[in-house]
Design a binder for this molecule. Structure first.
Ligand code: 3PY
Length: 248
């Protein structure tokens, strides 16, 4: 049986109680017949609101980050057990914005994925090259290095993660990898996973980086693209639902 695709919205640091209410109600109403899994990764202060709004629907809740620690003197951090209390199923880890603006290293991202898994949260592990990496022919080397750290730290649990390939040059820039460019990287990530687990086919490898209502169908038609991590387009119900519909 074919695995379900996953469409996960990444709201980033956007939202208000009022806007979230309208957006989540529209998404819940629009995914009643969806064939894929649908999630929204929201800012932590809104977990309770979205948990309530989605109750009784198939919509899944996600976080945008998680601490590598489970409790203690870590001011400002949010733990995986806290996420669990709000029905959070996914946590994005290692988004390029965290790597760039918060100095997250490959090793830290791998630890965050491990803590998430140990606490029943599925990490959505982001990897991706910068424009400079791509232009100097280092795409493969960079994404393999990022992925290798996560494989090394997570061992046989690696088949339980979700991967998101997000070329940094395509994030928030409106530039998208072509379906062929994306497929090429997804295939090499699948191969790398297959060397570590017998269940690499089970892993959802999402494309992220300006996936939108216009380009989703052609990206999702690629054999190794198992869903999307959606930035800006996840803030507009109509666009987000168009992407969900393309992921059947
Ligand atoms: C984007 O689409 O820009 C993203 O970063 C999704 O995570």
């Amino acid at each position: 049986t074919e695995k379900k695709k996953l469409i996960a919205g990444n709201w980033k640091m956007n939202g208000t109680l009022e806007a979230n209410d309208a957006l989540v109600r529209a998404v819940v109403a629009g995914i009643k017949d969806a064939k894929c899994t649908v999630a929204v990764c929201v800012p932590a202060p809104y977990f309770a609101q979205v948990q309530m709004l989605k109750s009784g629907s198939a919509l899944e809740l996600g976080a945008q980050d998680v601490s590598q620690h489970t409790q203690g003197a870590y001011t400002g951090e949010v733990s995986a057990p806290m996420l669990r209390e709000f029905g959070v199923r996914y946590a994005i880890v290692g988004h390029s914005e965290r790597r760039q603006y918060h100095g997250e290293t490959d090793a830290l991202v791998a630890e965050k994925a491990k803590t998430a898994l140990a606490n029943g949260i599925t990490p959505i592990v982001c990897v991706g090259e910068t424009l400079a990496d791509r232009e100097s022919g280092k795409t493969e080397e960079v994404v393999k290095r990022q992925m290798a750290a996560v494989i090394h730290t997570n061992g046989h649990c690696i088949s339980e993660i979700v991967v998101a390939y997000e070329p940094v040059w395509a994030i928030g820039t409106g530039k998208t990898a072509t379906p062929e460019q994306a497929q090429e990287v997804h295939a090499l990530l699948r191969k790398q996973l297959a060397a570590a687990t017998a269940h690499a086919e089970r892993v959802n490898i999402l494309y992220g980086g300006s996936m939108n209502a216009g380009n989703a169908a052609s990206l999702l038609a690629q054999p190794d693209i198992d869903g999307g991590l959606i930035g800006g387009a996840s803030l507009k119900a109509a666009d987000f639902l168009t992407i969900v519909a393309a992921a059947q």
